[in-house]
Structures are given as structure tokens and as C-alpha cells.
Design a protein around this ligand. Sequence first.
Ligand SMILES: Cc1cc2nc3c(=O)[nH]c(=O)nc-3n(C[C@H](O)[C@H](O)[C@H](O)COP(=O)(O)OP(=O)(O)OC[C@H]3O[C@@H](n4cnc5c(N)ncnc54)[C@H](O)[C@@H]3O)c2cc1C
Length: 420
Amino acid sequence: MQTDDPSRTPNNPDVVVIGAGSAGIAAARRLLAAGLSVAVLEARPRIGGRAVTKRLKGHPVDLGAHWLHAGPINPLVRLGRERGEPLRRAPVDGHLFVRGRKGSRADRAALDRAFAMADRAMTQEAKRREDQPAAKVLPPMGPSGRRVIEVHGLVSGRPLDEVSLHDFPSMEYSDNLFITGGLGAYLARLAGNLPVRLGTAVRAIDWSGDGVRVETDAGTLQAKAAIVTAPMAVLQQDAIRFAPALPPGISEAIHGFTQGVYEHVVLHWPGSPFRGADRLASLIGGHREPPGLLTRIDGTPFHFFELDQPAAARLDSRDRDAPARFARAVLAEHFGHRAIRDLSVSLATGWRHDPWSRASWAVVPPGFYAVRDTLKAPVGDRIWFAGEALSRAQWGTAGGAWEEGERAAGEVVTTLTAPR
Ligand SMILES: Cc1cc2nc3c(=O)[nH]c(=O)nc-3n(C[C@H](O)[C@H](O)[C@H](O)COP(=O)(O)OP(=O)(O)OC[C@H]3O[C@@H](n4cnc5c(N)ncnc54)[C@H](O)[C@@H]3O)c2cc1C
């Protein structure tokens, strides 16, 4: 049983895992499987980190991670298949509306061509040129270019002129899946038996002596090693003090990332014009085009209207209802006010303001390509970093975080069980 009862987790474990998100869960499972004792310390009163499923009107809705990207290499897909989890393929055909009317074949072909041109340019130029803003190598892509730039900016977490050209194409993004019941709920199942202390924020890690002393508001734990999975944006705020200070290379790598922003405005819209389940919708030709719209999630009346970083930043200066009004205004512009009569906004997420995430994921700006790999080196053979930010092929994702949690734990096992 996962627990927030401190008596169920050891005070002097072999390894302390900081954070019970995807990376922390993966790390803890791997360590326990190798016979090591573990305490997982989680600041929030729940597990899952940036993956959490909430029930809305009886339907499970993911408020953070939802897609299982890159199916062939995603460890959460592999594990899901082994466990017989209810995985389903993400459809590859999406909706296309031009000024509220179904787009033609020619419209779709133009959009597909523009995406292909952008992908080719970024992949090829990343091999040929020095690192620079990914946006700089984009060719003229015709009228569909704006849409392509917005979509890539959304999935990157920042506009493409703030994203490393060398980092961008390393991401695998094809063969996506979903899991019925939600990705957050799936991670919670995977954490089922772990020794987790909830509501236990780590304030400091002292690695001046043997092993590590991990300080929390509820006392100090002594361990041989620690795996730190707190998000980069949280570490940048010095939420965890390291004594002695981290080596300059590691500290610079942590501070090299920028904050990726991607927020869901969750719509309940039974009468939406979108048919089928789980389709992305492109709405083009308007004054404002939503960069991301995932429709009829698992066939329910729920949809995600996604906010990218520029939109979220604009809305930050306004009142709490601004994201809901914005989503309604954009959809009304495309489909008319009558069409959105039965649309209600259930909630808008605010991961960028959450003290335990401060961003949706970590972004590598131009010139900082090396930071993901730099952080893979252990500190004093006692502290390992893990989490989505370290993954090369699955950055920014729950699958990448899991992969990195397993990697870090594997290295800890090797280090702690090696003959001295
Ligand atoms: C809106 C949104 C949509 C997304 N969509 C997708 C998607 O569709 N597919 C996908 O794969 N990914 C998606 N992502 C990204 C995905 O959620 C993350 O990449 C992944 O969940 C990160 O896992 P992690 O273990 O690295 O970090 P986290 O899940 O953030 O886990 C770190 C944990 O550390 C805890 N913590 C932080 N500081 C401390 C401390 N001092 N002491 C103790 N605990 C601490 C946090 O509370 C957290 O639980 C999305 C993210 C957001 C926000």
C-alpha cells in the first residue's frame, strides 16, 4: 500500500527518492526490485506529480499528462502491455476546420506539406549547423506556416525562437496512445505498493559526510544515496538546499533550462461539432487559432483547449476566469455563439504557478543542448538527478521521466551493490 504514514517508510533507507511523479515511481520500483530499502518523499498530498486524473461529471479527466507519446520506445506503454492495461491507439486523422467549415482535401494537403517542410528543415539543419533558435531554420511554408509554428511552439512549451534547434528534433513524437481511465490514474496504480510519505517536502540535502542527510519539515532521514526528481523549475528556486553546494557544472545545467508552459482549459461541450473520439482539431483561418484542441476525450463530452506559453502569459495579467473567457471567445469566433451555447469550462490548469512544478516541463533554450546529458552524472556517487528534463528522446513526457527514473535507479543499484 502506498502510504503517508511515516512509520511505514524507513528512516534510514538505502535510498531516498525525492518526488513521487513518474520518475520517482519508476526509480522506487527499480530499487525495491533490486532488494534495496527505499523511502519516497513527496511534497504534495498525492502521488503522480504532473500526471493526475480527476473525475469530472463521472468521467476521468487528466489534468496533466494525457498522451502516451512515442509508443515503440515509451516504457509506460511496454509496461502497460505487460500488465494488460486498457491502452488505445491515438487516431492519426484529425479534424480540420477553416473559418468554422470543414477543410477541403487541398487545405489538409497544404497543412501536411507545411508540417513536413518544417520537420525536414529542423532535422537536417540540426545536423548541419551550430545550435540556434529552432525557428531560424524554418523555410517559408505558405499560409499554413503560422499553424505549424504555433503547434510546434505548443508541444515545445515555448515559442520556437526560444527552443534549441539541436534539442528539438531529438524528440520522438509518433505512434501515440492513450489509456482509458487516465494517465494519472495509471501512474497511481503503478505506485500502489510503494513506501511514500506524502506531504513531506524536502528542504535540504547534506552530502558533506557519508551518504546523504535529507531534511524535511517532519525530520531528517539518513541514506546511502538520493535520487532527486523534483522539476528543474523547482530546483531553480532553491527549494532544496544542497550542502555543500552542487558542483558548478551541475548547478549551471539546472539553471540552463527554461520553463515550458502548456495548460489545459477543460471544456465540457456535448454539442461540439467534432465527431469521433480523441481527435486533434485544427481550427484555422480565424483571427485567433487555438494551437491545440483535443476533442471528445475517450468519447466523452470533454475536450482540452490548450494554452501555449504566449497565451498563458497574456492571461496571467487578467482575472481567474480569463482562460475560460478566452477559450469561449476563440471557439465562438470559429463556430459562432449559437454553437457554443452548451459549452461550459470545467477548469483551467495552472501548473506554471504550482510551487511543486512551476512549469509544465523543462525546455532547452538555444545553446544549452548539453544540459540534459550533464545532469545524468551523479554528484559524489551519492546524488542522482532524474525526471523528464533529462530524457533525450522523450523529453518533457511521463515516459521520458519513467525512463530516467529507471536509469538513475539502475546506476544507484550498481553503485551500492558493487563490491568495495
Ligand atoms: C498540462 C500538461 C500536459 C502534459 N501532457 C503530457 C502528455 O500528454 N504526455 C506526456 O507524456 N507528458 C505530458 N506532460 C508532461 C508530463 O506531465 C511530465 O513530463 C512528467 O509527468 C514529469 O514527471 P517527473 O517525474 O519528471 O516530474 P513530476 O511529475 O513533476 O514529479 C516530481 C515530483 O516531485 C515533487 N517535489 C517537488 N519538489 C519536492 C520537494 N522539495 N520535496 C519532495 N517532493 C518534491 C512534486 O510534487 C512531484 O510530485 C504534460 C504536463 C502538463 C503540465
